[in-house]
Design a protein. Structure first.
Length: 305
């Protein structure tokens, strides 16, 4: 029995040494959210149903497409710089609108009609102030971790369409990421930015005739996304896109107007098969409630370099 103890100790030592040697190699293959610390590209094929596009009484609308992500590279830095300088430029311009009216009468009632409108633009900052603020914006962007994401939807991808009606269009966003903390050696990440979208699909009605023949989702707004690492092999994220562009159409019936105005909420899960291959699933809530296509899902398979 005594001879078994040294053998057990020796076996434990050998296994521990093997794990220690394998750890650097494992980290190079499975870094999880650690990838957000560097530069990478993602390209994936995506299939989904519902969520973004939905109308009462219409068949569930499919979304197939290709998603491209560029993290901390030339393209995202260039777009971020352009947005920051646009903001500086707009902040230095004062717009004044003056209207002229003419009084008219009809059936004994007096009313006014606008006959002319003059728009005057003036700068509120000197050229030196503007140059200084533009330089500060360039310097600030250089110190940020930037990202860019573009999804292009088409009626069929790889010959497959998930529904009787399928969307066409795009979603894009650009922004910056910050590390919130870490779970072990993996960082939690907050991503913020701006987003835009224009996605449309023909409407296929179930058992009734619809007034609208197509449906469009448009978005100009903000984006917030929190990534939480679970293990080296998986992480989850929660994303919200407040939609500023369609605030005035929130109460419209999309079956009649042909316009849907969600601020999408997404729950996302990544599974990292290696650092170079991933599977991405998400649940998309495109409005209050889970019926009539508001609750959708999406599956993506892609590669990363």
């Amino acid at each position: 029995m005594a001879s078994l103890v040294p053998r057990a100790a020796l076996l434990t030592l050998v296994l521990w040494a093997g794990v220690a040697r394998a750890e650097p190699g494992l980290s190079s293959l499975f870094s999880g959210t650690g990838r957000y610390g560097g530069s990478f590209y993602e390209l994936g094929v995506t299939w989904g149903l519902g969520g973004l596009l939905h109308a009462p009484g219409a068949a569930t609308i499919g979304q197939t497409g290709v998603r491209f992500v560029q993290h901390q590279g030339f393209l995202s830095q260039l777009l971020l710089l352009a947005l920051s300088q646009l903001g500086v430029g707009l902040g230095s311009v004062n717009v004044q609108i003056e209207s002229e009216y003419e009084t008219r009468y009809r059936d004994g009632r007096e009313y006014k009609v606008e006959t002319a409108r003059t728009t005057t633009y003036s700068t509120t900052k000197s050229e030196a102030q503007l140059e200084s603020e533009l330089a500060d914006a360039r310097q600030a962007v250089q110190g940020l971790v930037s990202w860019f994401e573009l999804t292009v939807y088409a009626p069929k991808v790889l010959g497959f369409s998930p529904g009787p009606s399928t969307a066409s269009g795009y979603e894009l966003s650009v922004g910056v990421s910050f590390q919130l903390g870490s779970l072990g050696s993996l960082p939690g990440v907050l991503s913020t930015g701006v987003s835009g979208a224009n996605v449309s699909a023909p409407l296929s009605w179930v058992g009734q005739a619809g007034m609208a023949t197509s449906l469009t989702y448009q978005n100009v707004g903000l984006l917030g996304r929190v990534h939480v690492p679970l293990t080296r092999f998986a992480d989850v994220a929660l994303e919200w896109q407040p939609n500023v562009y369609t605030l005035t159409t929130l109460d419209d019936d999309p079956a009649q107007s042909g316009v849907v105005a969600p601020s999408p909420l997404r729950a996302i899960a990544y599974v990292h098969l290696t650092n170079f291959v991933y599977v991405r699933g998400q649940v998309v809530l495109g409005g209050l409630g889970v019926t009539e296509g508001r609750l959708g899902f999406n599956l993506e398979v892609g590669g990363r370099l």
